[in-house]
Design a protein around this ligand. Structure first.
Ligand SMILES: [Zn+2]
Length: 319
């Protein structure tokens, strides 16, 4: 099933770091109503440059890369200007995992962790969420931008940190908030050109009311969902992360018999929102005592951006 937006997505997919939204109408060709929505996120250069700057241990980089893939995937739920944030807090070696994505596809991420505890885990095997983060919670936040600047509305869902991967927390969030079945897989790997990650998300679409001759029975919807789950689980890590395989080709390979409709892609880029103006206005808002507390003995004050590592230097007397 190919429509116009499929061609657009195909052309634009030359940039491999993007999110491709799509939907499935099911195996019956005459059916045109979307039954399942999906998104495929793949991050090559943004994951590589962000994690190269951070230079975290491999097990931390891996969960950070998966977090970015997940955030990119879910960020396309934004129907307005704003920011989508996923933040996990735990009591294990990794204390914080953070990624946010703007409606323009600007992505950022960082992790906070205990060096010694993480080094001990390095020796004992691969990165698994509960071993790295312990107990805690994950917050999914949507901040809608106000026309005048700043944020007008905040929507937030919080779930317990559980399951072997971050995706399990997202599935719980969708079940709690929308009562709809969802599934997501996240993968990440380090290559010669750096870290890369991908996420594939599928969700049942809520049945609308009214008399629809094409309205599906609960049983056939369940069948379609089951088929989609089987196809989703057949996706190999190697193909999800294969930069030579275009995202639309990958989706076609997986879902071509299930009424695949590909929608316009959204490019993703490594882009920080910090600026000298924002830092200066933050410093301006502090009391002189607070600025002196942040300064060294000569009055110099340094502000580092934890996302892009930009260092900005001031003197407490500048304000
Ligand atoms: Zn920055």
């Amino acid at each position: 099933m190919v429509d116009k937006s499929f061609d657009n997505a195909k052309r634009a997919a030359a940039d491999q770091s993007c999110v491709v939204p799509f939907y499935l109408t099911g195996e019956v060709a005459s059916q045109s109503k979307p039954l399942i929505r999906g998104r495929l996120a793949r991050l090559f250069s943004p994951a590589a440059s962000i994690l190269d700057r951070h230079a975290y241990p491999n097990n931390v980089s891996e969960v950070c890369a998966e977090m970015m893939g997940l955030a990119a995937c879910l960020s396309t739920t934004l129907k307005f200007e704003g920011v989508f944030t996923v933040q996990a807090k735990g009591d294990g070696a990794v204390k914080t995992l953070f990624a946010d994505v703007t409606s323009d596809g600007h992505i950022r991420s960082y992790a906070a962790f205990d060096d010694q505890q993480v080094a001990q885990l390095n020796e004992s095997g691969s990165a698994v969420l509960p071993r790295l983060m312990g107990a805690g919670h994950v917050a999914f936040t949507i901040d809608q931008a106000a026309p005048s600047g700043g944020f007008a509305h905040r929507y937030q869902g919080i779930v317990e940190l559980e399951g072997p991967h971050l995706g399990h927390c997202a599935v719980t969030w969708f079940k709690n908030s929308e009562q709809l079945a969802a599934n997501v897989i996240t993968v990440a790997q380090k290559t010669a050109s750096g870290w890369q990650s991908a996420a594939l998300f599928l969700q049942q679409i809520a049945e609308e009311g009214g008399q629809d001759s094409l309205k599906w029975s609960a049983a056939s919807l369940e069948d379609e969902w089951h088929t989609a789950m089987v196809l989703m689980s057949s996706a190999q890590k190697a193909e999800l992360l294969d930069a030579t395989l275009r995202p639309d080709e990958l989706l076609f390979r997986l879902f071509h018999a299930n009424g695949l409709h590909i929608q316009p892609f959204r490019p993703m880029s490594d882009h920080c929102r910090c600026s000298a103006e924002k830092v200066e206005s933050m410093l301006q808002s502090l009391s002189p005592e607070q600025r002196i507390d942040m300064s060294d003995e000569t009055g110099h004050l340094v502000v580092n951006c934890e996302f892009c590592k930009t260092t900005r230097s001031y003197h407490s007397q500048d304000f």
